[in-house]
Design a protein around this ligand. Structure first.
Ligand code: NAD
Length: 310
């Protein structure tokens, strides 16, 4: 089976490496930080344990782990690899520096797929001599569980390169969506950001408390969205109804371009969310946070099973 290389072993990189290994690829996982690499293997082991516990599929944990090698040596990482996934920190100069080193050691046909959340393919490709080899494959966190991968091509990306990427993504169990245009935030984060803006607006306006605003989504539209997207929902509701919804509601929706005050206030006191112990919600120490993350992943595994059984 082919070898792939994942650069960056943090939140996204470790999950992406796991996915390719689960699908039978040899994976070289590279990072500049050896502790992060070791931690990535621990995280992958924990992910696999949870998958084995809650998924009917049998996963040979030892085999998956055996297929992942970790390294801080870039040349070793990319040796004999035709497909490289870049998941290093979201910093353009770090990415450019890495691209430059890569182009010195890989042949010009090697595909580089960036997992960037915010840089356009045009911005990213400025860091490369062979620009047409670069694409974006944007995974979602937790990468080993969320099926979507958005794929962005450049103006001259060969069709075969996209076809090959889409095929590989399907092989690792993903549902790729290839964008026809490169737009900031791609599709999913634009939709998500529009909703999150409104959620914070409702919170800041005191319409309901945070728990109830979240419940209004998870028990309402969110319940449907795993199977029926917003456009099909409009069809089911009737486009005449949605005409009225937009007409009557659009003037009242948030068009705010500044950061919601509840975000700023929390940041000021260091409450950045689970990584800082508290955020919009209060958590009772790291044990509770880890428990909540395991619970979240368990539910995602179950949802994935339901979706796959269709
Ligand atoms: N976290 C998310 O929810 C999410 C979702 C989708 C996409 N992304 C994108 O994925 C990429 C990685 O994000 P993350 O959340 O995993 O970040 P992270 O901070 O968890 O991990 C980044 C890793 O890159 C490593 N690194 C930094 N410089 C490096 C270099 N020169 N060579 C090799 N490794 C280097 C760091 O040591 C770290 O382990 C970013 O482009 C981000 O925008 C993140």
């Amino acid at each position: 089976m082919d070898k792939v290389t994942v650069l960056g072993a943090g939140t996204m990189g470790h999950g992406i490496a796991q996915l390719y290994a689960q699908a039978g690829f040899q994976v070289s996982l590279y990072d500049i930080n050896n502790d992060i690499l070791k931690n990535a293997l621990t995280r992958i082991t924990n992910n696999l344990n949870l998958l084995t516990k809650y998924n009917n599929l049998t996963i040979n944990k030892d085999k998956v782990l055996h297929q992942i090698s970790i390294t801080t040596n870039l040349e070793d990482a990319v040796l004999n690899s035709h497909f490289i996934i870049e998941a290093v920190s979201e910093n353009l100069s770090i990415k450019f520096d890495l691209f430059q080193k890569l182009e010195e050691i890989v042949d010009e046909k090697t595909i580089i797929a960036s997992n960037t959340s915010t840089f356009s393919i045009q911005q990213l490709s400025e860091g490369l001599q062979h620009k047409d080899r670069l694409i974006i494959t944007h995974f979602f966190n937790p990468a080993h569980l969320v099926p979507l991968v958005e794929v962005v091509k450049g103006p001259n990306t060969p069709k075969e390169l996209i076809d090959e990427t889409v095929e590989m993504l399907k092989q690792i169990g993903k549902q790729p969506v290839v964008l026809k245009k490169d737009v900031p935030g791609l599709i999913a984060n634009r939709l998500q950001a529009a909703l999150v803006r409104e959620a914070f607006y409702l919170l800041d306006e005191g319409v309901a408390d945070a728990r109830d605003i979240d419940l209004a989504i998870t028990a309402g539209p969110g319940f449907r969205w795993a199977f029926i997207g917003p456009l099909e929902t409009a069809d089911f509701g009737g486009l005449d109804i949605w005409k009225s919804v937009v007409e009557n509601l659009a003037p009242h929706l948030s068009k705010e371009e500044t950061i919601p005050s509840s975000i700023n206030e929390k940041i000021e006191i260091g409450q950045l969310g689970t990584k800082a112990g508290n955020g919009i919600f209060q958590y009772n120490g790291d044990d509770e946070i880890q428990k909540r993350i395991r619970e979240r992943d368990k539910q995602f595994i179950r949802l994935g099973q339901i979706k796959n059984s269709n």
